[in-house]
Design a protein around this ligand. Structure first.
Ligand code: 0WD
Ligand code: CA
Length: 526
């Protein structure tokens, strides 16, 4: 408000428009800042009364300026696109992306039909490509443009960086194939791996206001996973070794033991990529290794995250338990069973789905933890029968609702959209940790729910950024070597940068995986 009155007194154009043709007053209204709306309304009435001709001119000027802004933005976007295209072209020419094997990826065995090609459009339901601000280039280079292209094994130009500015990713929604579940695995109460679905749970619908006490059992019936143990991609790699025959390139000239996949990672890492253009607080570091043509991506804990974890308050620790407790109130271990909220809660246990899909020309294999499934025997096949469970603070004010839409729904959408989980069931809890209301959010409806929020997040920006990030990774991570790590680092309001590390502590592909993948052919299972 102080800034606003300063600017108005200073003589800014009250009628100036952003690239979506909103005035300052529209923006204030959409954010529920009625104090600002009243102030701006009074100021513009005063100006109109005093000098209607001048106001008419100011309005014209505002439209002209906005048009200029839009044009500038378009230009920068084109530049970004042409750089991405060049990068893609180079990646193809250096042999890091094989068009032939790519095209064959999902047409076999009828697992992915052409109908599913448009999955992205159906479930994301957002094709808007409007522009919001003036921008500079996204893909930045501090050196002259016309230098040589890195070929395989040569160190890439580490001055290359990738912008996360949202304006650059406002284009058509990229192709995102319907994710197909290719397998699953379970982690038991001691975090042991099983190549099966033994930890699957079944959703049991509670009352509309169930009054679950999420604090129950925190002190005496809680076994917490040791989060100082960094598991990296290990569970996924175990799953890959046990299921290699499902993934190997068949009918191509590539060595039959190479995977027919560009990227292997956790779903949680992809969620971070999707939300990066909107993230203002937490950065990340992702380690990438190219091994037998596949790029493996594993998170590295940032210094800030480590500090946050060490300095968590007791209240915060307890609140982290609430999410798991909600699962215990709503999930049964067997299809006809009932939840057992009196039992011990052990966060070592997990059921993970493994899905295969394609984003633009990137063939992805990733795994994500799934809370439970619909117990109806007629429910659709996985992942469409899966349900994500969440807890959130109850919403009492318009401001809280707006924040919920702007921040929480973005994370919920990204996390479930990726593996094709169609709904989130949320328990809204009060300050004491009592669930006072329940609500189901179909993922395909979330983009409609947020439509009224001004300058809100857009699914297309999330997906286009992720796609460009993966192209960037293909371009820079050229050396195929399990002991080389390309470390991609990002902090909010900065570009993504990278550094290269050989035989360093960042190495994350374990010897047992590298040896098994190198020495033997996959055993052909049915
Ligand atoms: O080492 C790491 N940096 C991480 C390991 C980070 C994220 C996940 N993991 C591992 C764990 O082994 C976990 O079993 O991945 C598994 C889950 O992977 P994901 O599905 O890719 O992760 P994400 O989407 O971030 O989280 C899904 C659920 C969470 O549910 P909520 O509703 O809170 O989003 O997995 C749980 C949590 O219940 N979860 C974790 N479980 C164990 N270790 C972890 C973690 N670090 N992070 C989230
Ligand atoms: Ca959950």
């Amino acid at each position: 408000m102080h800034i606003l009155s300063f600017l108005v007194n200073f003589g800014v154009n009250l009628f100036a428009l952003d690239n979506e043709s909103h005035t300052a007053m529209d923006v204030a209204a959409s954010r529920d800042r009625m104090d600002c709306v009243r102030f701006l309304d009074a100021a513009s009435s005063q100006q109109t009364n005093q000098n209607p001709k001048k106001v008419a001119n100011l309005k014209k000027e505002a439209i002209k300026e906005a048009e200029k802004g839009i044009q500038l933005c378009e230009k920068v976007k084109k530049k970004h696109q042409s750089k991405m295209d060049k990068m893609q072209h180079r990646a193809d020419n250096t042999g890091s992306v094989s068009e032939a094997s790519m095209a064959s990826a999902f047409s076999k065995g009828g697992t992915m039909s052409g109908i599913n090609e448009q999955f992205s459009k159906l479930i994301a339901a957002d094709k808007s490509g409007s522009l919001t601000a003036r921008v500079k280039g996204t893909l930045q280079k501090n050196r002259p443009q016309n230098q040589s292209v890195p070929s395989r094994g040569q160190n890439p130009d580490s001055s290359l960086s990738l912008s996360t500015r949202r304006e650059l990713y406002e284009r058509d929604f990229p192709v995102y194939k319907q994710p197909v579940e290719v397998g699953c695995f379970s982690l038991d109460s001691e975090r042991r791996f099983f190549n099966d679905g033994r930890q699957m749970r079944y959703y049991v619908e509670p009352d509309r206001s169930p009054n679950f006490d999420l604090r129950d059992g925190y002190k005496d019936r809680f076994i917490k996973r040791d989060d100082s143990v960094k598991e990296k991609l290990d569970h996924m790699l175990r799953w890959i070794l046990a299921n290699r025959s499902k993934l190997s390139a068949r009918g191509t000239t590539a060595s039959s033991c190479d995977l027919d996949i560009d990227f292997v990672t956790w779903r949680g890492h992809l969620t971070k990529l999707l939300t990066a253009p909107y993230e203002t607080r937490e950065g990340w570091q992702l380690a990438v290794t190219r091994f037998r043509g596949t790029l493996y991506i594993s998170e590295v804990e940032t210094e800030a995250a480590r500090r946050d974890q060490e300095n968590r308050t007791e209240r915060h620790e307890e609140m982290m338990y609430w999410g798991y407790k909600f699962e215990q109130y709503t999930c049964a271990d067997t299809v006809h069973g009932q939840p057992d909220p009196g039992g011990v809660l052990n966060t070592n246990e997990a059921f993970c789905t493994v899905v295969q899909t394609r984003l633009a020309d990137h063939r992805l294999l990733f795994s994500g933890e799934v809370d439970c499934r619909d117990k109806d025997p007629n429910a659709p096949a996985a992942p469409a029968c899966y349900i994500e469970l969440k807890t959130s603070a109850e919403i009492c004010t318009p401001k809280q609702r707006s924040n919920f839409h702007r921040f929480k729904l973005l994370k919920w959408w990204a996390q479930s959209f990726l593996p094709g989980v169609p709904r989130v069931v949320a328990g809204f809890r009060d300050e004491e940790g009592v669930v006072v209301a329940m609500e189901t959010f179909p993922i395909s409806k979330i983009s409609h729910l947020i439509k009224n929020e001004h300058n809100c997040w857009k699914p297309t920006v999330c997906m286009n950024f992720c796609s460009d990030f993966l192209s960037f990774v293909k371009h820079i991570a050229t050396e195929d070597n399990p002991s080389v790590v390309y470390l991609l680092s990002w902090e909010p309001r900065r570009d993504v940068t990278f550094s290269v590390h050989r035989d360093s502590p960042y190495c994350f592909l374990p010897h047992w995986f590298v040896e098994e993948m190198t020495s033997s052919q996959p055993s052909h299972q049915s």
